[in-house]
Design a protein around this ligand. Structure first.
Ligand code: SF4
Ligand code: SF4
Length: 233
């Protein structure tokens, strides 16, 4: 998904993905089924973004089917030319800056989308008639209207630093004996910190459909451990 987004973000008008025939993958992972599901999902996301989903196509063929490959690519190029430049095709009409911003937002959400749709992405669809209905418009609208955010509860954080060490994008502002804070602009919503925070602290919370509370001011981040609090009392 990230590769497709990178192509569109670079102004490419269409993306063609070629894979081996289903059930002919050399590997037990059968990655072509996964690629198919990813394309089906991304086509719906394109509709959600206001882009024509026909700008993305996946087709299966063997290495011996050179003629099929040439015909498929030529047909795809013809189709994309008919649709027109990215964002300017019939029914699109998206301003360049707006398009860039939409693509940037979706790119940021790729890890989140993959986590949320993980189970469906692993399905092996055998019947092409199932393709179009596999992901629905309502499901995609819900996916983006109910985006989960992660927040560290300053009352519970004990500054053990586990979450900061595990965050893949260094989105957690971390310092010794300081309440940790998630930089929401950097966070890719992977959920790793939620899983990593020790249950005895349970400081990372999931927030859905509500704004994330503002970060605690820097001068109030010193962790007062419960034992010490009692001693001082
Ligand atoms: S969800 Fe947590 S671990 Fe994942 S990017 Fe955001 S802050 Fe980092
Ligand atoms: S893992 Fe939990 S307790 Fe530890 S620093 Fe992160 S949020 Fe705080």
């Amino acid at each position: 998904m990230a590769f497709v987004l990178r192509a569109f973000s670079n102004g490419i008008d269409g993306v063609f993905i070629g894979g081996c025939h289903l059930n002919e993958c050399n590997y037990i992972t059968h990655g072509n089924y996964h690629a198919l599901n990813m394309v089906l999902l991304f086509k719906k996301i394109m509709e959600h973004m206001g882009l024509n989903p026909e700008r993305l196509r996946i087709q299966f063929m063997s290495g011996a089917e050179a003629t099929l490959f040439v015909e498929s690519v030529n047909d795809f190029v013809k189709k994309v030319k008919e649709i027109g430049p990215l964002g300017k095709g019939k029914g699109e009409g998206i301003d360049d800056n707006e398009l860039k911003s939409r693509l940037r937002e979706i790119t940021k959400l790729v890890p989140y989308i993959k986590v949320v749709k993980n189970e469906k992405l692993g399905t092996r669809l055998e019947n092409p008639e199932e393709y179009d209905k596999f992901f629905t418009k309502d499901e995609i609208d819900k996916l983006f209207s109910e985006v989960i955010s992660y927040y560290i509860d300053p009352e519970k954080c004990q500054a053990c630093m586990t979450c900061a060490r595990r965050c893949p994008v260094e989105a957690i502002i971390s310092a010794k004996n300081q309440v940790h804070v998630i930089d929401q602009k950097k966070c890719i919503k992977c959920g790793t910190c939620f899983e990593a925070c020790p249950p005895r602290f349970g400081a990372v919370t999931k927030i859905t459909g509500e704004p994330v509370p503002p970060p605690i001011p820097e001068d109030q981040r010193t962790v007062v451990r419960k034992g010490k609090e009692k001693k001082e009392d």
